[in-house]
Design a protein around this ligand. Structure first.
Ligand code: ADP
Ligand code: MG
Length: 323
């Protein structure tokens, strides 16, 4: 069990930012409206994720750390707590296999919360304690028992920057959730959760970008596009400012990137990339989601149509600006 978990952990948990990604996605799945990510030393020695979501019932805490244990398929059917794309049930077991984890959680229904400690996959402690509703995961000493993997990590500053980028993306993908990111006791990101995407763009990217946005809002059969694209004056030399989300998930898709860039090129002849923060709401029937432990690949059943629609949304948005 333990060796298998350690190997499996290598697939899911590559670096501190992978831990943050998995734990924040779990918090989102738990219907949290406020999520705090706190790290020290780039997350290598300390990661704490706190949410105000549904919590984990006492009798499910230990189970949650077993490989392939997920409550989500069951719960989607029951329409209880969560409905999500994360249903592999590998994250917690993988994280616990290569670190020291402390979990504090309380559900609405229970009077007391619990504190559960698991190290290198071995349970250490389970006790009742007073706790606020929601869940806190504290992950210490990542890869303490897998030195080879530990060696692959970059400097604390670089690892922290990966986490910063990740929290930015998560905040932009969920304007309805308040995110806070604290690095070495300094608050780096704090979004209000008031669902106004422009406020979050301002929070994350500042005044120059926020002052040069074009709002988009278009719809075709099964596909809706809302959000913002930057005017050509704030175009960039690389793709780092291309943010888009499909059904509130940060994803990568060649089709979407290409359609955005080609649409943009109708106004921007130089080889530059746009700033975008776009939300795509796409019907499940049109989507084929292939969930791999580390990435999400998207395929569309009507590729040509979707491509054209995105292309036109972008180029017409830019035209509108010229009028
Ligand atoms: P998955 O997300 O694929 O179900 P995980 O290993 O990430 O698998 O999590 C296992 C289970 O632990 C989840 O299905 C969920 O029931 C529970 N869980 C994890 N994190 C939280 C959280 N922050 N709030 C509520 N439940 C959680
Ligand atoms: Mg998960």
């Amino acid at each position: 069990q333990n060796t298998i978990d350690k190997i499996a952990a290598g697939e899911v948990i590559e670096r501190p930012s992978s831990v943050v990604k998995e734990l924040v996605e779990n918090a989102i799945d738990a219907n949290a409206t406020a999520i705090t990510v706190e790290i020290k030393e780039g997350g290598i020695s300390f990661i704490r994720i706190t949410d105000n979501g549904c919590g984990i019932p006492r009798e499910e805490a230990a189970l949650a750390f077993l490989r392939h244990s997920t409550s989500k398929i069951k719960r989607v059917e029951d329409l209880l707590c969560v409905a999500s794309l994360g249903f592999r049930g590998e994250a917690l077991s993988s994280i616990a296999a290569v670190s020291q984890v402390e979990l504090i959680t309380k559900t609405k229904e229970s009077l007391m919360g619990i504190r559960y400690i698991i190290e290198g996959g071995a349970e250490k402690e389970l006790e009742d304690i007073g706790a606020p509703e929601g869940t806190t995961f504290l992950v210490r000493k990542l890869f303490y028992n897998t030195p080879a993997r530990r060696k692959f990590l970059k400097s604390a500053v670089t690892e922290a920057s990966y986490i910063n980028d990740l929290v930015e993306r998560l905040a932009l993908s969920h304007p309805d959730i308040s995110f806070k990111f604290i690095n070495n006791n300094q608050t780096k990101i704090h979004t209000s959760g008031n669902t106004n995407l422009k406020d979050i763009i301002y929070n994350v990217y500042g005044r120059e970008i926020t002052g040069n946005l074009i709002e988009l809002n278009t719809e075709m059969e099964g596909v809706k596009i809302t959000g913002f694209i930057g005017k050509p004056v704030i175009s960039r030399g690389n793709r780092n400012y291309e943010n888009y989300y499909v059904n509130a998930r940060y994803v990568k898709s060649n089709l979407i990137s290409k359609a955005i860039e080609e649409g943009y090129k109708t106004f921007m002849m130089q080889h530059k990339y746009p700033f975008t923060a776009l939300h795509f709401t796409i019907d499940g029937d049109l989507l084929d989601v292939n969930v791999h432990p580390t990435k999400m690949e998207l395929r569309f059943s009507n590729q040509e149509e979707i491509y054209q629609f995105i292309f036109l949304t972008i180029s017409e948005g830019l035209t509108r600006r010229e009028l």
